[in-house]
Design a protein around this ligand. Sequence first.
Ligand code: UTP
Length: 288
Amino acid sequence: MMETPVRKAVIPCAGLGTRFLPATKAQPKEMLPVFDRPAIQYIIEEALASDIEDIVLVTGRGKQAIENHFDKSFELEHYLKERKQYQLLNKVERIAELADIYYVRQKQPLGLGHAISCAKSYLQHEPFAVFLADDLIYSKTPAIKQLINVYKKYNCSVLAVEEVPVEKISHYGVIKPVKISESVFKVEDIVEKPKASEAPSNLGVVGRYILMPEILDILSGVQKGKGGEIQLTDAIKILLKTKPVYAVKLNGKRYDTGDKLGYMKASLEYALRDKEIGGKLKKYLKTV
Ligand code: UTP
């Protein structure tokens, strides 16, 4: 039987970004620029490069800048046209044409699991991708496409994982894996933010998922878990009782841009890779 293609994605953007205060007091962390574009634009570009064109963003109060970024900007386009700044005009126009983006509000930040369930009626009965916008993954094959490739093989939910150093493992959802190949694992169990001594492996879940639609019904019944939030991990744990779940170790470099150091590394390295700025920046860095 052919698997249903993954055509839809949900990007939860309703978190408060407390790790990045005060920068995120009045502006969404997803709009902080990583080199020359807001973090969320890289995520949309990754979805499009993986043939996902239907995207729902779960937003909250104070997140209007995201909607404005992906909308047309008549004044700006008019201004650039008048001044014949066609290269810039092209860049600005392209953003609004990138994808069909829908918006739904999470009225209270009750957790990642709750944010995803806010998009339930839009997601319907298809497998869907989840992107956490904090995690930027620089890779040859787009990260979500790496997951889709595994989904196509096993026709079930797939999580992205990464080897995490022991001192950081308690910040992650951690899987109990059965190794299938160098980078693919069958998930036997999953634990949200375990103590290092209780972690079932060093494989922590990072911000990309392919989820089967059953997860949405499960999420509606999940009680508040760690941190008083509706946790996606708790729903995946229930899903595991009846359906297989796989995990894939991503091939690429991940940056946690929700963290100040991770954000600085991302911004710097994306700039260093740029043809125009990269060389000059490298030269400058040697002087500081
Ligand atoms: P995080 O816990 O990493 O994000 O949630 P946060 O709450 O924004 O950040 P800090 O920890 O306070 O700095 C992971 C993802 O889930 C979304 C966030 O926007 C982020 O992309 N999220 C989280 C929601 O959409 N709603 C929530 O209620 C919680």
